[in-house]
Write a protein that binds this ligand. Sequence first.
Ligand SMILES: CC(C)(COP(=O)(O)OP(=O)(O)OC[C@H]1O[C@@H](n2cnc3c(N)ncnc32)[C@H](O)[C@@H]1OP(=O)(O)O)[C@@H](O)C(=O)NCCC(=O)NCCS
Length: 271
Amino acid sequence: MSTEAHGLIGRIERYLDAVPRARADVEAVGPFTLFRSRLTHPFYARPSLGWASGYVTAADVIALRARQRDLGLPETIEWLTEIAPDLSTACRDAGLRISEHPLLVHHDPLAVPVPAGLRIRRIDNPDDPVIPAAQIVGRLAFAAPGTDISDVGAAERDTAVEQRAPEASEDLRQLIRDGHSVLVVAEDEHGVLCSGGHNPVGDVTEVVGVGTVPSARRRGLGAAVTDTLVADAIRRGIEVIFLSADDDAVARVYERVGFGRIGTACVAVPE
Ligand SMILES: CC(C)(COP(=O)(O)OP(=O)(O)OC[C@H]1O[C@@H](n2cnc3c(N)ncnc32)[C@H](O)[C@@H]1OP(=O)(O)O)[C@@H](O)C(=O)NCCC(=O)NCCS
């Protein structure tokens, strides 16, 4: 790895420790940091910051899983391969399944057109009524991983929004209010079709949750929303803008917006 890439990975690693820390109570369990979320969605454990790929055994992972179970938390561990290359083996030996995801950093501003008939908008008002739809769109998108088109779209979004409890959006509204999250949506005249966010901490941010409802895919919405998030981050003086893509097909969408691969993000969950 080049010195520059090494420096970037270090900044991303510190960011990945800082973000859940601001939203969770923290507990050390062996070589891991366990984040006990104060929000409605749970967090995971990560190798503790500064852990220089120390020797971690399956027993360490088993002890962590037992603690997560005791607390009623999902038995999930997340890390960067470049920081903890040996952790996969210990996790597999402890009965976890590993998925690997391309880690990309933005390096090259490119011109990205806004598709005709659509508006790309940053949600500045935490009480904006569109926020539940933006969250539902993310949920529908991630329920259909990959980049394929299907019929699922506006009708499913509207039904789900009607059924959603108003308080279900309160965490996100608060994060926007506090400046911890930035939300961008792409809308047509009937509502949101694509949404995504970034979570700035100091001079680093992660682009998260970019999702397009399957019926509106392959029209440039994902690229346009990502590009708007990147432009927002640059305006804030952020120096490192990164994300992890589900797979190589999804990574291609981001490469078209000026991201390039720098590493691998891993997630371990029970078999
Ligand atoms: C990944 C995802 C956000 C992409 O959204 P999208 O709105 O379809 O993205 P885009 O339209 O910008 O790009 C998708 C493809 O359509 C192509 N495309 C864009 N505009 C087009 C147009 N006008 N005509 C034809 N093709 C077009 C792009 O070139 C790209 O092609 P590729 O798959 O061959 O690389 C979406 O598929 C999704 O929600 N997936 C599930 C959730 C997910 O994985 N999100 C990413 C989290 S890391």
